[in-house]
Ligand binder design. Structure first.
Ligand code: SAM
Length: 283
């Protein structure tokens, strides 16, 4: 009897915590929705000017994906999904925001790319909302910190992968995310966001990398390198490689462009990681 009561209490507490995190995801959904149309316009122009392509680090590490079925998590208005489709893959992009999906479909239609489609879903609920099995699950540049539960993220990735498929991620290095972003531009490293913080950080602005920044409440969760690797390992994935870089695509950190168009901080070049990549395969 006592055990039953304790279990019930625990379930109620976990449910309350889940509801609390879900409210933050709802706020993020509203916030990202404010940017959908501007992002669509920005990326359409970049494609039309032949100026849009995948991050050069990703291009090198991903290899030939022609003919592969790709699930692209957190696709925004579809620019990278379309870039992957242009490499010959059959792509499904997923994003939380219905307006992002509307504009992603419109962008693909405008650019006459047919081997790509899009669905609206919270990644945290994708296993319930989508059926399919993929050669590659892909996510990149500004994705992970918007998710409240990395263990579920790991299980979701494994769930959608073929036995001989692989997962690929390129994103902000969690160590880099600890620093005060304004001071970094002056070469000053001062920790503003604690590495091990579990509560989401609340911001009153969203966007600014492919649109004007807008005023809106948004929530971002810090992640540690061990959270990341362990969530994938516990889900049944084997890590093939983990690479670290002192540069990033515009909007993800850095002030000065290198010959490939990636940005770095001159005073911190070679001194600290800004991004990382990881490839993992089902065990
Ligand atoms: C910085 S953008 C990622 C852009 C990415 N580099 C791309 O391929 O275009 C972050 C995206 O994550 C989406 N997002 C945030 N929380 C999410 C969630 N819980 N489930 C699905 N998508 C989410 C946002 O709507 C936004 O489009």
């Amino acid at each position: 009897m006592k055990k039953k009561v304790i279990r019930l209490l625990l379930i109620t507490r976990m449910k309350k915590r889940d509801d609390y995190e879900m409210n933050k995801v709802e706020e993020n959904k509203k916030a990202w929705g404010l940017l959908s149309q501007e992002h669509y316009k920005h990326f359409k122009k970049r494609f039309q000017e032949q100026k849009y392509s995948l991050n050069p680090i990703v291009l090198k590490e991903l290899g030939n994906i022609c003919g592969k079925k790709v699930l692209h998590l957190q696709c925004n208005t579809g620019a990278d999904s379309i870039a992957l489709a242009k490499m010959g893959a059959n792509v499904i992009g997923v994003d939380l925001v219905p307006d992002n999906i509307y504009f992603a479909k419109k962008l693909a239609k405008d650019l006459e790319i047919e081997n790509v489609d899009f669905i609206a879903s919270d990644i945290m609920e994708l296993m319930e909302n989508h059926e399919g099995i993929y050669d590659i699950v892909f996510t990149s540049d500004g994705a992970i910190g918007w998710l409240p539960d990395l263990k579920k993220w790991g299980r979701t990735i494994k769930h959608f992968l073929k036995d001989d498929g692989f997962f690929y991620v390129h994103d902000s290095h969690p160590f880099y995310l600890t620093f005060d972003e304004d001071k970094l531009t002056r070469g000053v490293t001062e920790i503003k966001y604690p590495y091990f913080k579990e509560e989401a950080d609340e911001d009153d602005k969203i966007g600014g990398y492919a649109s004007e920044a807008k005023e809106a409440k948004s929530y971002f969760w810090m992640y540690t390198m061990s959270n990341l690797v362990n969530s994938l390992a516990q889900a049944g994935l084997f890590i093939d490689f983990l690479n670290e870089y002192d540069r990033a695509v515009p909007g993800m950190g850095g002030t000065t462009a290198d010959e490939e168009g990636l940005l770095y901080y001159p005073a911190l070049e070679g001194a600290m990681p800004i991004t990382f990549s990881l490839k993992a395969t089902p065990r």
